[in-house]
Ligand binder design. Structure first.
Ligand code: BGC
Length: 348
């Protein structure tokens, strides 16, 4: 695997790693925030373009509040009132999104330098990134040892394996926050991309984007992507849910007929022929249409306007500790957290 120094952060070396994904595709990864920096995917003519948003420099990632491509933890998305109760004890967290806690807090996993190791697996070389999060970090209990392994599917896709253990009961909800644009990053809005979500239900939110606890059928709503539809077709419809999120910024319930990896989403971009499929072992997927991008200066002089990238974040449901009927994000002492997500690329 090609690797090169990118800079230093917190006095530690930060590198860039290039992982061959097969089929002419490749991913550029870094141990800062265990982030996906670039993903070059070929189109139907065999031309590669970088299809994820991000920055050219490490400083960009250090200062970023958009979470481009990073590993989010300890808890992806929001925890209401920036606190939770576990084992009868109240844990107070940073309120970094109004009065709520977002994406593990300002010093979450996205801002940490991870320990990199190039390993060899049956699927070829892979990048293992490890991080030790001490008890009390960002307010969460338990000493947590976490690892993220990026590997190739061998067929043009990026596989992400998450694993973690804790010495105390805690909560853990890891995801990757890549923003995709299958036309190529910086190539306009994503409203013409056609999306299928393999989900029959979603979890509506309140005005602060916290799930209310309801699990509602997508039938007859702008949240119905059971049959492929352009992302922009109904995004500005006059309804509270789209107003609250300023577009799509919601969790869908992955349709699961058996445990293990299942297909959660598929996105097609007609002009380039590029296709992204998302497979996961997680129960939920947050579809976010970059509603809070506001002219961010990105890679190669690109400017990221509102809705110029979309995220498909595989996860436990947001604020799930508050709703006992949501799948539990609790990681018990000594148990192993283990999840896999695949971003598979192809073209037609
Ligand atoms: C959240 C958005 C948030 C974005 C960037 C998404 O996962 O759902 O509300 O603005 O991340 O932080």
């Amino acid at each position: 695997m090609e690797r090169k120094t990118w800079g230093t952060a917190s006095g530690r070396q930060v590198e860039l790693f290039t992982l061959d994904l097969g089929q002419g595709n490749r991913a550029v990864l870094t141990n800062f925030g265990a982030a996906l920096v670039s993903l070059y995917a070929v189109d139907s003519r065999g031309t590669a373009a970088d299809v994820v948003l991000g920055y050219d420099s490490l400083e960009g990632y250090e200062q970023c509040d958009k979470y481009f491509g990073v590993t989010v933890g300890r808890y992806a998305n929001r925890i209401g009132g920036a606190q939770f109760t576990l084992g009868g004890k109240v844990y107070k967290l940073a309120a970094n999104d109004g009065q709520n806690h977002l994406h593990g807090g300002p010093g979450g996993f996205a801002k940490r330098v991870w320990e990199p190791e190039v390993i060899s697996t049956a699927a070829g070389e892979a990048l293992k990134l490890r991080y030790f999060s001490p008890a009390g970090e960002e307010g969460y209990p338990g000493n947590v040892q976490v690892e993220v392994v990026y590997s190739s599917t061998g067929t043009g896709g990026l596989r992400i394996d998450y694993a973690a253990t804790s010495d105390e009961d805690t909560v853990l909800n890891l995801t990757n926050h890549a923003y995709f644009n299958l036309a190529g990053q910086g190539q306009g809005l994503i409203l013409d991309h056609e999306l299928t979500l393999y989900a029959d239900f979603f979890t509506p939110t309140d005005a602060e984007s916290l799930p209310t606890g309801e699990i509602v059928s997508v039938a007859g709503t702008p949240f119905d992507f059971r049959a492929k539809a352009p992302i922009g077709a109904r995004i500005d419809e006059d309804c509270d849910q789209l107003r609250f999120g300023k577009g799509y910024d919601h969790n869908w319930v992955v349709r699961r007929t058996e445990p293990g990896l299942c297909l959660a989403a598929r996105v097609e971009h007609a002009e380039s022929g590029r296709i992204l499929e998302v497979l996961t072992t997680k129960p939920g997927i947050q579809f976010y249409t970059g509603n809070y991008l506001d002219g961010v200066q990105g890679k190669g002089g690109a400017v990221y306007e509102r809705r110029s990238g979309f995220c498909l974040e595989t996860q436990y449901f947001p604020n799930s500790l508050r709703h006992g009927h949501f799948p539990s994000p609790i990681l018990r002492a000594g148990e192993r957290y283990q999840h896999t997500t695949i971003y598979q690329f192809s073209s037609k």
